[in-house]
Design a protein around this ligand. Structure first.
Ligand code: MV4
Length: 452
């Protein structure tokens, strides 16, 4: 087992990884930017090293700085958390070349999943249903028009290196394709230094459902069920739950079976998430794989009883899957996560600043993952996630009741937060009925329900 791990991240996820290390008896090294000098991850790690100025490009994203910190402190492994360097195949490769285990999939698999087009063909070849679309990279607008003719409009152009919705364009006819193709290419080149495009049939108002995978290095794969992530805006999730209210036990069993085989075939190891869109008929179509632990992993931890971050560490150290996941695996109850952001509730713009009062709710079935505390400062340089509030119950109703109670007892003063928005969503009849798609929040806002 590893003796010492460096955590290449900040905020709540850095604390989450420190917790897992402490329980495994592993010593920890925190890295921090000049803006995070007084953060809790610095306080709770056994050692801490400053890796640069506030801007993440010069600190948390700076590969030489992170690797130097790892070498100076002589760690055995690096946990990248989510965001930052977590899906950077080059970084994972540099770690391995420096004799430091990267806690995640192998560099070649991270690279495969980073190309949305290659990932799509790999999982399709392994038996996973994908959205009907183009094969390979689209050479130019003419080739795109040809493909769209076969697929049928509307189609969606996507950046091969994409993610987060950038470099995407919906196309409704051949006439409007050439300018949209050019725009999408330009955006992709600017955002990802790669202009390559592919195309899929556009699924209008889908649900976003993702399956959690854990795999060891000996061909064992387990799927810890799915999460429902349709409550989002501008590609930022706001509420996630497990299980999804619209996945039947039969569909879940079928998908888990398909995914166990497919992920073994592509050589996937460690933790990963396979994202699907569900159309109005209830069919699931693969869109991409996230080769990291996700923000919303606690809802899966609640229903599975599996500590996913501990599992990541054990699997990276070469342990077998059965040391992490009980066999047979049982999924039980229902969990919901509200992402409490430091943001203006009307404009959704970040609301950094000093927290003057802070009360964290608790009681049965409630978990709060946060690095914030009274009198701490939320810096403007990073994402606006202030806390993750997660509630568990025997069923969805009990989880929602506990979440409502916890939101009421969550006091944050000094910065604006999304707590009031969460309270309104949790009172919405469509949300309560489990009746929503990825456009729920934009409709919610348009209905005037957002006025504070
Ligand atoms: C789609 C789609 C409709 N049809 N693909 C957005 C981000 C990227 N990860 C995939 N995305 C989408 N791909 C097809 N073929 C609609 C979206 C999409 C979306 C997906 C998941 C969650 C929220 C979304 C919001 C807008 C668009």
């Amino acid at each position: 087992m590893f003796e010492k791990i460096l955590i290449a991240n900040r905020g709540e996820i850095a604390l989450r990884v420190i917790c897992a290390c402490k329980e495994l008896g592993i010593r920890t090294v925190a890295v921090y930017s000049e803006a995070d000098r007084n953060s809790l991850h610095v306080r709770f790690a056994d050692e801490a090293i400053c890796i640069g100025p506030a801007k993440s490009a010069r600190s948390y994203l700076n590969v030489p700085s992170v690797i130097s910190a790892a070498e100076i402190t002589n760690v055995n492994a690096i946990h990248p958390g989510y965001g930052f360097l977590s899906e950077n195949a080059d970084f994972a490769e540099v770690c391995e070349m420096s004799g430091i285990r990267f806690i995640g999939p192998k560099p070649a698999v991270i690279r495969l999943m980073g190309s949305k087009q290659r990932a799509r063909s790999a999982v399709a070849a392994a038996g996973i249903p994908v959205v009907p679309g183009s094969q390979g990279i689209l050479k130019d607008a003419d080739e795109a028009i040809q493909n769209a003719g076969h697929i049928g409009y509307p189609v969606i152009l996507k950046a091969v290196a994409g993610g987060g919705g950038r470099g995407m364009r919906i196309v409704r006819s051949a006439e409007e394709l050439p300018p949209l193709f050019q725009q999408a290419q330009q955006e992709a080149a600017a955002s990802f230094s790669c202009p390559d495009m592919y195309m899929e049939k556009f699924i209008a108002a889908p649900r976003h459902i993702e399956f959690q995978v854990l795999a060891d290095e000996y061909g064992h794969v387990e799927v810890l069920g799915e999460r429902e992530c349709s409550i989002q805006r501008r590609h930022q999730k706001l509420i996630e739950e497990a299980p999804s209210p619209c996945v039947t036990p039969e569909l879940r069993a079928k998908m888990c079976d398909l995914l166990r085989n497919a992920m073994r075939e592509v050589g996937y190891t460690n933790a990963g998430t396979v994202e699907f869109l569900m159309d109005e008929d209830g069919s699931l179509y693969f869109i991409e794989v996230n080769a990291r632990v996700q923000v919303e992993h606690p809802v899966t931890e609640f229903i599975s009883g599996v500590d996913m971050v501990k599992s990541q560490i054990l699997l990276a150290a070469g342990e077998r899957l059965d040391t992490c996941v009980p066999s047979p695996l049982t999924l039980r109850g229902h969990a919901i996560e509200c992402r409490v952001n430091a943001e203006n509730p009307v404009t959704y713009t970040p609301s950094p600043g000093r927290i003057t009062a802070f009360n964290v709710p608790g009681c049965v079935g409630v978990r709060v993952d946060t690095a914030a505390h009274a009198d701490c400062v939320i810096p403007p340089y990073y994402d606006s996630l202030l806390a993750k509030l997660i509630a568990y119950g025997r069923d969805r109703g009990e989880a929602i009741a506990r979440m409502n109670r916890a939101l009421e007892m969550f006091i944050v003063e000094g910065v604006d937060t999304s707590i009031p928005l969460h309270q309104r969503i949790l009172a919405d009849p469509d949300f309560l009925a489990g009746n929503f798609t990825t456009d729920f929040l934009s409709r919610f806002a348009a209905n005037g329900a957002r006025t504070v």
